[in-house]
Design a protein around this ligand. Structure first.
Ligand SMILES: NC(=O)c1ccc[n+]([C@@H]2O[C@H](COP(=O)([O-])OP(=O)(O)OC[C@H]3O[C@@H](n4cnc5c(N)ncnc54)[C@H](O)[C@@H]3O)[C@@H](O)[C@H]2O)c1
Length: 312
């Protein structure tokens, strides 16, 4: 069996590939290794993955149709699209990047899958497609109300996927991730930023005075859930969340048990931020027949232990 994983050097792509232990699966990973955050971290993830002899890496940009076409000469059984320009705030500075990687790139993946006869595709969407809501937990039937280019690109992915599924009989699963965190995590996200400020004695800017609420989802839970998912209809979309919202203040309290508190400046609400995310995970739990999530405390502890060891 051959699979293609895009965004292989990224946080979720890395963990997904790392979780595959079946020697019969040949894993083709691609990534453009852009410098949105530390390329060293991306290369270290790849170095770790290359211990697996069945992992083949290619530096390819998914927005470049002709170079992507070459890798599709391999007849893949399943495609996992985790490559994207992530980040809400950066989308106000560089919207074009979101159009190229997330919209054109995703279109290229679907189009080449159609041309080469691939029938099974997983793709990353995001909780940000919901925008601000007043009723929680949010389920998959809620209206979508993207508030920034990033969220809009993900909503667009879901819409393109719907048409490809219907028109070309391709099975697609869209994964609406909610604040995924854990070992090898993204340096542009809250938890890693906090740890980095502590380690480097930098001032930490706490948005919305720490009152944001996030449905933090541990990476190992997210990956285990994806691996249990089977295609059922042409196009399914699931919230990937723990249904366990906590305030940033609470997670700081937890992290402070293990690390020195950085000097913190509390600032107000930042443009594009969601005040609260809290997903309903009943649809996914019903589909995979239940799942026991790692406790938040343990997941935070494991994240910190990894960070301290990595930074040695
Ligand atoms: N981590 C989260 O909490 C979260 C939440 C919601 C949605 N998502 C989505 O899940 C997916 C994976 O997220 P992540 O946290 O691993 O992000 P990440 O930035 O760590 O990984 C994405 C990877 O894709 C690569 N990439 C970007 N543009 C590319 C392009 N044009 N061609 C090839 N490679 C490209 C990047 O270099 C990076 O390594 C993304 O689609 C993201 O939008 C993540």
């Amino acid at each position: 069996m051959k699979i293609l994983v895009t965004g292989a050097a990224g946080f979720i792509g890395f963990h997904f590939i790392n979780s595959i232990k079946n020697k019969k699966i040949k894993i083709y990973g691609i990534d453009n290794l852009n410098d949105y955050y530390s390329t060293k971290l991306k290369k270290d993830r790849l170095k770790y993955l290359k211990k697996n002899k069945n992992f083949y890496f290619y530096k390819i940009d998914i927005s470049n149709f002709s170079s992507l076409k070459k890798i599709f000469k391999n007849k893949f059984d399943v495609v996992y699209n985790f490559a994207a320009q992530a980040g809400v705030r950066y989308s106000f500075q560089n919207p074009k990047q979101y159009l190229e990687s997330n919209v054109v790139g995703f279109f290229n993946i679907l189009e080449l899958s159609r041309i080469t006869g691939i029938k099974r595709i997983f793709y990353a969407s995001s909780s940000s497609v919901y925008g601000d809501s007043s009723s929680f937990p949010i389920n998959e039937k809620n209206n979508l109300n993207p508030k920034n280019f990033y969220a809009l690109s993900k909503k667009n992915n879901e819409e393109i996927a719907e048409i490809y599924a219907k028109k070309y009989n391709i099975n697609l699963i869209g994964l609406r991730f909610f604040t995924v965190f854990g070992e090898w995590g993204r340096p542009d996200m809250f938890m890693m930023k906090y740890l980095e400020s502590s380690k480097k004695n930098k001032i930490f800017k706490l948005n919305n005075f720490g009152n944001h609420i996030r449905d933090f989802t541990y990476i190992k839970d997210a990956i285990s859930i994806i691996k249990k998912l089977k295609f059922s209809s042409r196009h399914d979309i699931y919230n990937i969340c723990s249904n366990r919202p906590v305030t940033l203040k609470y997670s700081i309290k937890l992290m402070s048990k293990f690390i020195k508190k950085p000097r913190t400046i509390k600032v107000g609400f930042q443009e594009g931020d969601a005040i609260k995310t809290h997903g309903d995970n009943r649809k996914i739990l019903k589909k995979i027949k239940g799942y026991k999530f790692t406790s938040f405390d343990l997941a935070v502890k494991k994240t910190i232990l990894w960070y301290l060891n990595y930074k040695k």
